[in-house]
Design a protein around this ligand. Sequence first.
Ligand code: NCD
Length: 326
Amino acid sequence: MNVKKKAIKNGGKSMLMTNRDLINTLDFSIEEQESILSIAQKIILRPVDFANSLNGKIMGSLFFEPSTRTRLSFEAAMHRLGGAVIGFSEQNASSVSKGESLRDTIQTVAQYSDVIVMRHPKEGAPVFASKYSEVPIINAGDGGREHPTQTLTDILTIRSKMGKLNNLTIGLCGDLKFGRTVHSLVKNISRYPNINFIFVSPKELEIPDYIKNYLNENQIEYKEMENLEEAIQHMDVLYMTRVQKERFFNEEDYIRLKDSYILDTLKMKLAKKNMIILHPLPRVNEISYDVDSDPRAMYFKQTKYGMVVRMALLYKILHQESFKQL
Ligand code: NCD
């Protein structure tokens, strides 16, 4: 089945880009996503053209789980477009610590802001929030499920550094079970032509069945391997991930699995000369610091693409939006 046809089209909300939620990575069609990527390219070339484009707009930034890059890049993006930010970076700093429900927090913040960016440890929390929000909700990560704006970041980085988004073998290594960035990236990028995957993980941290089913249904090739040395030579992109400590039920399993894969300069000798290394970050131990000076290491450049693509997303979602009636 054509993946595009399966894209969730945001139910009752407007089909225009304005007033659209971004909760699942397939919420925007390929055409809509391409238009965000093309705005990102324009921002890279002439940021000054966008400097005041969100003057007077306010982003609510609700982080119920820790974050460095996602939160700060969203905040920086809003500031760089002339907008303002309100919110909290931990739930103890909000009335949630007094027992307020998510529903009431969202209904309140929606009165003050034009868009809400939220990260929550519970899978599905952003869908729930979207039912009670008058303004668009952007999912900045929900539990082990999805992280659609990291995917926009990853896709912009791949296109900018590889010059294409087709005919690529993409390797993903590490915690493929709990890594939400992995789930969103695989589903999204598999919509482009001739993309195939190599999944490298310990048995316990394998990519979930629902992702494999999705790939099977859409006739997208993938291999599962346990040995990074064997797999790396076939890859055009290597997407490293950390083992997601906070999603483990017991400490022993985490300790046993946490150093399953460490990318170092020796392993990099086996990789293609033009392979790129991505990582959503934070890194714990899975890429040695020596690799940072390899010209193929893109993970810090990737963080900058993350800010730019969030500028493009906010611009696209908010630019033409007017205040709703009180
Ligand atoms: C990722 C996340 O929060 O899922 N980080 C990020 O947003 N860049 C990856 C991770 O925490 O391992």
